[in-house]
Design a protein around this ligand. Sequence first.
Ligand code: ADP
Ligand code: MG
Length: 456
Amino acid sequence: MHKEELWKLALGEIELSISKANFVTWFKNTHILSMENGHVIIGVPNGFAKEWLENKYRSYILKALQHIESGVSTVSCKISVSSDTPREPSVDAIISPQKSLRKASFKPKSSASILDANLNPKYTFENFVIGGNNELARAACYAVSQSPGRIYNPLFIYGGVGLGKTHLLQSIGNEILQKDPAFKIKYISSERFTNDLITSLQTNKISDFKDYYQKIDLLIIDDIQFISGKEKTQEEFFHIFNYLYQLNKQIVLSSDRPPKAIQILEERLRSRFEGGMIADVSQPDFETRVAILRKRAQEEALIIEEEAINFIAENVVNNIRELEGALNRVIASAQLTGQRLSFDFVSSTLASLISSGKKKGVSYKDVLRVISDFYEVDINDLLRKNRKKEVVKPRQIAMYLLRTELNFSYPGIGGKIGGRDHTTALHAFEKITQELALNEKLQEELKFLKERLYSL
Ligand code: ADP
Ligand code: MG
């Protein structure tokens, strides 16, 4: 296939998986420069597009190309401004007139106009449960909230997903704001920071961007690991960091790993990150898990049996987000069916979640096979984008089972089942969950499907 043709098809696919604004911004004036031994080089108009495409969209691009040309194995971008840049296929050729109109009216939001702390008031120190896993991090955050800019600067909190980093970071902001509403606080994820920076560069508003950040008293950047490899972002951040630091303004950062382990991070930034206080959050122990569940139950005025709480705490161990997810799930089922949160109810509701198919060596192909046999639909129809009624429900049940039996993530499910978006998977899961609570026939079907799955 010609590279022009390949890129045109790939763009068509990428367009479906990202927002219009992003598609137009980042894929305009791109083309395939070369294709050799499975390595595809995309020509892009400037360094920002290169940085952004490689960091943010590489997997989309790769997936789209592989769908069309299975031999593609890697992708990179190269700045190419030559006059013989192929004009076709350009994004304009693909987007329809209406979409072009949208493009014309799309104005990047300028973050530099008003100061919005961007804090969620639900994250406070009061509702943060202290345990051995987060004691130090919590103490450091609390200390910083009591005298920002004076003791630990920067404060760097790291740990795995769902362990309370965002909660702690935002608690600092909320605590300070409560005492001093005029304190200038900004909470932002590093991805959003990068996004805003690029927008301001593109719209010649970089000095507004800098002014904005230089006025801040407390800058909180969440998930800083995502600036890995983004040179321009690192450079600008370095200057903002130094500026604030010299004025004794507080900087708080979080990451999924310690500074040492962040790949492709400029040495001068790494040493800044290591120059203050570093504290980690780790997995909560059983007592902490129980305490967190109790606190939530109390906040929501739930009546839940002690053994039911213990059951959840014993079985959901990875992180606090999953713990809350499990609790929310039993609350939702109990509300739908009008049942009490007894040990029996909770343990049977969570049984499928806990006896994960992973342990029993069930694969996603097994799920598809069982569904295909039982509902008499072709596996390929399950995978294809096909809205026929006969396949929609079996497909949703397949997605549901991938979630409950194999603990697949929503993007993972979307990817496996015909390259769909994670929202489709989430929707399917919620739809089936709701239906299950009301529909006995469906309950029977699922019971049967699971038996089949585990007796393969
Ligand atoms: P992270 O940012 O580390 O991925 P979050 O801060 O988003 O994790 O935490 C996930 C969820 O768990 C949030 O709803 C948060 O409020 C809750 N959570 C985490 N740790 C605690 C804790 N120690 N006490 C109470 N709730 C917690
Ligand atoms: Mg977080």
